[in-house]
Write a protein that binds this ligand. Structure first.
Ligand SMILES: [Zn+2]
Length: 547
């Protein structure tokens, strides 16, 4: 299958007030995935799901939608597939804290909670940093923790000061001795075939013996990792043509040395770098070809690369992390990624929060004990109001309920089965959220109740299906503000529910005040998206009304 067909798309027609990423057709179930003949396809499906998951984690959460490729799939019976599970598990510290899986007919949905940085200190999730380091003789990619530490160090020192190179001591053998011997070796012009080496691999020395045939290809594949690792770990030497403890070399045949040198240069020039320093120097390296002689005859070459310590950060390629921007799943640029990895500027996020809270906290002052309070006044005027809920702001409710008789009845009916909670009315939640107002909206009401998802009710004075877009947008924005600005870290969704209330007083009865296009009837959330405890409810109230 062409990769183009497997691109991740944003589902624009969804009834969920969520970012829904469509990853196309995916084979699911442990047995089915094991049986897949096309390994490339399996890998691609896996990567697409990871990419969509990371993009949603980094963009306030959402839903991944996959069309199940295999027939007769049943999630409870077949499961997901070990390859998918383990690659997801490699990224998330706790899968169930972030993900919920749900099959809906031929679709498989993965609900993704927004990433929260509280425990790890990481503000975004990354598939691969593509930053390498040397761990004695190994070249390893930096994991999230190593990356964070490395970047914080570099940021603090604004381009690290180099380690001082002291001459090796006489009677002790340490890393610097290896490096000094490697440097002597680097400066030689002629070597003997099968000559024994006086040094071995170390933090600053790596040896490779690539076959003559695949030399160019292997260099292109591995060079970015070694250059990144040496650059990020105080520099070092890469020798190609040394095998274990002796000189082997490679044949010139088909390997034009100039071409090799220019490919190496191209490859190094291409590496993404990031500077914290003022100087912003390029990667400094030298490349030499040492001649190898066998009984006086030139029989091959050793390619010797010396990578100088680098002031700041060198990537093997762009870091692999995504987010949703301009209605597309996009890979972060290296600069964006670095600024997201570094600790947030407290002033900036502070001002963002204030704007949100000013907007949102204007309608009613919040008091901690509200959920148990009853509206005495309101109950007096509208005796049918169900117990255990509080309607705020009271003056607005009274006004709305007297103006629109059907509204109070409708609310009574809706709240009949709902547990304790608060219903927050507003002339326009959209306006509170900084969105466009709509003249056809009578009012909105947000339900925060235990055992329920958040529900955003919108009451329209006209019958118009297009208005559902309005309530979807408001619900979507509310969820994102709660998560991104309000800092709510639990699983949360806002279910939009729309009602039509006729303006004609003679026809205002419970029966004709109807849900004309109930989008909430078509969407299902995992149970964990219901507000479970009174603490959660209290916290949400607090997020909404933080003073
Ligand atoms: Zn620098």
């Amino acid at each position: 299958m062409a990769t183009q067909e497997m691109k991740i798309r944003i589902d624009q027609k969804t009834n969920y007030a969520e970012l829904v990423l469509d990853v196309g057709r995916v084979t699911l179930g442990e047995e089915n995935r094991k049986k897949m003949k096309d390994c490339q396809l399996r890998k691609k499906q896996n990567e697409n799901i990871l990419q969509a998951m990371i993009a949603l984690l980094n963009s306030g959460g959402g839903v991944i939608k996959a069309e199940v490729e295999n027939e007769n799939y049943s999630y409870p019976k077949d499961g997901i597939g070990l390859d998918l599970e383990s690659s997801i598990g490699n990224i998330l510290p706790s899968v169930c804290k972030y993900l919920d899986f749900m099959q809906q007919g031929k679709y498989f949905l993965i609900f993704v909670k927004s990433w929260s940085s509280e425990t790890s200190g990481l503000r975004i999730v990354t598939l691969r940093s593509n930053l390498y380091k040397r761990d004695v003789t190994c070249t390893n990619i930096m994991d999230a923790t190593a990356t964070l530490e490395f970047l914080a160090d570099k940021n603090k020192s604004k381009g690290r000061s180099y380690r001082l190179k002291l001459p090796p001591k006489q009677d002790v053998q340490e890393e610097s001795n290896v490096e000094a011997l490697a440097d002597d070796f680097f400066n030689r012009t002629q070597l003997r075939y099968r000559e024994k080496l006086r040094f071995t691999e170390s933090t600053h020395v790596e040896m490779k013996a690539f076959s003559t045939e695949k030399l160019l290809q292997r260099i292109k594949e591995s060079l970015p990792q070694y250059v990144s690792a040496f650059s990020n770990t105080d520099g070092g030497y890469l020798f190609i043509g040394l095998n274990g403890d002796e000189v082997i070399g490679f044949k010139r045949k088909g390997n034009d040395l100039n071409k090799l040198a220019s490919e190496i240069e191209k490859s190094i020039k291409k590496l993404p770098v990031y500077h914290f320093c003022k100087e912003k120097k390029e990667i400094n390296y030298s490349c030499k070809f040492l001649e190898v002689y066998d009984e006086g005859h030139l029989c091959g070459y050793v390619c010797a690369l010396k990578i100088e310590p680098f002031c700041c950060v060198v990537f093997a390629k762009k870091p692999e992390s995504w987010h949703v921007e301009d209605k597309h799943v996009q890979q972060f640029t290296t600069d964006e990624w670095i600024s997201n990895m570094l600790p947030a500027n407290p002033d900036f996020s502070g001002s963002e929060k204030t704007i949100f809270q000013q907007r949102i906290s204007s309608p009613i002052p919040y008091s901690r004990s509200v959920s148990n309070l009853e509206n005495e006044q309101l109950r007096h005027h509208f005796p049918g109001m169900p117990q255990g809920k509080r309607y705020v702001p009271e003056a607005l409710c009274e006004e709305l309920f007297s103006q629109h008789k059907g509204l109070a009845q409708l609310i009574c009916k809706e709240m009949g089965s709902v547990g304790p909670g608060t219903v927050i009315f507003s002339r326009s939640w959209s306006l509170l959220l900084g969105l466009q107002e709509n003249q056809n909206v009578i009012c909105d009401a947000l339900l925060i109740a235990q055992g329920h998802p958040l529900v955003l009710y919108t009451f329209f004075r006209v019958l118009n299906k297009e208005l559902t877009g309005y309530s979807l947008q408001a619900a979507f924005t509310l969820k994102h503000e709660l998560v991104k600005m309000g800092g709510y870290t639990g699983k949360v969704c806002v279910v939009p529910k729309t009602f039509y209330l006729s303006e004609d007083p003679s026809t205002l009865t419970e029966d004709n005040a109807s849900s004309f296009h109930d989008i909430s009837a078509q969407i299902f959330y995992p149970e964990s998206y219901n507000l479970e405890t009174t603490q959660t409810v209290g916290y949400l109230n607090e997020v909404l009304y933080k003073a």
